[in-house]
Design a protein around this ligand. Structure first.
Ligand SMILES: [Fe+2]
Length: 337
């Protein structure tokens, strides 16, 4: 396995790059905007194809690199379902699996530092974001944080993992790189409490200064998704426009979402299902047949489908559109009628 722990010394953020082997698909957790060139260089050197990028929560101390990575590599951006709707192209639920080639992660909803905080479990290691740090825990005094939620995320969730599980946090300010659940249970001063009230008492009396970049970071990180206007410019069509053309025999409607997403919200009738990651292979094999048809892509919120329109250009497929706002918009609009 390829596992790289990368560091941003301005915000003391750890970013993780993971892949099953050289030449395989890769994912990145908690990228920092200023470090994108470095990540891309490393991806190229290791011959990795970045397919997913995850933020554990909306960060307050640095600008996330997810949007820049999406724009430069056409990867899928991903957060938990409690993250604002227009930040990422895919939302996952508690206990949902995240798959790339040879790697499986499980999303764990661990609110408290913020109300959108997720941890991600991968076999014998867990990426804890700012929920559990090495000998510390993430502050709970803004972004709808709650020491009580965090107590339950820690004691009822993360600390129930096997003691030998490695902890990989989103930050460390002292130079520690990794810990284990067992080590933190014993030595983390914040975890030596006997009740949620006692934990809240500690967290409510930290009296920390706000992070320097807080105002700009939170507002920027809340708007990292592709806007509907941007999506429209990439051959985007409205729900009404799509409704008018989907019954035409020449129209080929393609759902780019993954199985888990389709289980939650079923596809539009008559769609072909080709997940976004499999699209290059599909286009490669079928481009001759597809060139005679009108292609209409859609996904969850309209980002993957906008990127798919761009991808089609390299296969010389030009009669291509996509649904602005994705299936979410489709349901919203059709419920109005
Ligand atoms: Fe944070």
């Amino acid at each position: 396995m390829i596992f790289r722990q990368l560091f941003d010394n301005i915000s003391s953020t750890y970013t993780y790059l993971i892949a099953s082997r050289h030449g395989a698909e890769a994912l990145i957790i908690d990228p920092v905007l200023e470090k994108i060139d470095h990540y891309i260089k490393l991806l190229n050197q290791l011959e990795l194809k970045l397919v997913k990028v995850i933020d554990t929560h909306i960060h307050a101390d640095h600008i996330s690199g997810i949007a820049e990575l999406r724009d430069r590599t056409k990867c899928i951006t991903l957060m938990g379902e409690h993250a604002p709707a227009d930040v990422v192209s895919m939302h996952v639920r508690d206990n949902e699996k995240i798959k790339i080639e040879g790697i499986n992660l499980t999303a764990l909803y661990t609110p408290g530092h913020t109300d959108d905080s997720y941890s991600f479990l991968m076999n014998d290691r867990v990426f804890t974001g700012d929920t559990l740090l090495i000998r510390g825990t993430g502050r709970t005094d803004f972004q709808n944080g709650s020491p009580y939620d965090q107590y339950h995320s820690l004691f009822d969730r993360l600390l129930k993992l096997p003691e030998e599980t490695f902890i990989h946090p989103a930050h460390d300010y002292k130079g520690d790189l990794v810990s284990t659940i067992g080590e933190e249970k014993k030595f983390n001063p914040r975890l030596q409490v006997s009740s949620a009230d006692e934990y809240a008492q500690i967290m409510n009396n930290l009296n920390l200064d706000n992070p320097k970049m807080m105002d700009v970071a939170i507002s920027t990180n809340n708007k990292l998704g592709m806007s509907l206007d941007q999506q429209k410019k990439m051959n985007g069509l409205s729900v009404n426009e799509i409704n008018k053309i989907i019954n035409n025999n020449n129209c080929c409607l393609i759902d780019l979402r993954e199985e888990n997403e389709i289980e939650r919200l079923s596809s539009i009738d008559g769609s072909i299902k080709v997940s976004y990651n499999n699209l290059p292979d599909y286009l490669h094999k079928e481009s001759k047949k597809l060139s005679k048809r009108k292609l209409v892509f859609y996904c969850a919120v309209g980002e993957r489908s906008a990127l798919a329109v761009q991808l089609c250009q390299s296969y010389n497929l030009l009669n291509v559109n996509h649904l602005v706002g994705g299936i979410n918009k489709w349901i919203e609009e059709n419920n109005k009628n």
